[in-house]
Design a protein around this ligand. Structure first.
Ligand SMILES: Cc1cc2nc3c(=O)[nH]c(=O)nc-3n(C[C@H](O)[C@H](O)[C@H](O)COP(=O)(O)O)c2cc1C
Length: 142
């Protein structure tokens, strides 16, 4: 089996981002990602996007190039680029977790964003295991 490339980034959402924008992003992402065999998770919380993209490295980098040019987000920082042998979100062309409205927006999410925003290498090693935890709620993700 081909290795799976995982890329995690955090970015700031445009000031005027709306739920209509997020809905549009998800609709286009799911259409494109299914064609490119990309899966992953997008989390929105407190004006930030945190996204895991997984698939063929070339396809993932191509999408990242588009997101970097997208003015619905800015100050994008890549946190993780790693090859692995399996997908964390195999059944999701792009799962979405709304960290602002979800009732189970708990300590897991706060710890995840702390690890991402503080940026230290030791904390980054915690990010993938933390993202994996969100798979437990994947059936509820829309
Ligand atoms: C936070 C964020 C995440 C995005 N995630 C994806 C994605 O996973 N896949 C994707 O194709 N486009 C994604 N986009 C949208 C791209 O920036 C771009 O608008 C889209 O890929 C253009 O699609 P098109 O080439 O079919 O017009 C994302 C945009 C933002 C702001």
């Amino acid at each position: 089996m081909n290795p799976i490339f995982h890329l995690v980034y955090i970015s700031e959402a445009a000031e005027d981002i709306s739920y209509t924008d997020i809905h549009d992003i998800l609709e286009v992402s799911r259409r494109n990602n299914s064609q490119e065999a990309i899966t992953g998770l997008l989390i929105f919380r407190d004006g930030h996007f945190l996204q895991l993209l997984e698939g063929d490295e070339k396809s993932v980098r191509k999408v990242l190039g588009k997101i970097l040019l997208d003015d619905r987000n800015y100050s994008l920082r890549v946190l993780i680029e790693a090859q692995g042998d399996q997908r964390l979100f195999p059944n999701w062309t792009m799962a979405f977790y709304d960290g602002d409205v979800s009732p189970n927006s708990t300590e897991d999410l706060i710890n995840l964003f702390d690890a991402c925003l503080d940026g230290g290498a030791s904390r980054r090693s915690l990010i993938m295991p933390m993202l994996r935890q969100f798979r437990a709620s994947a059936p509820e993700l829309k």
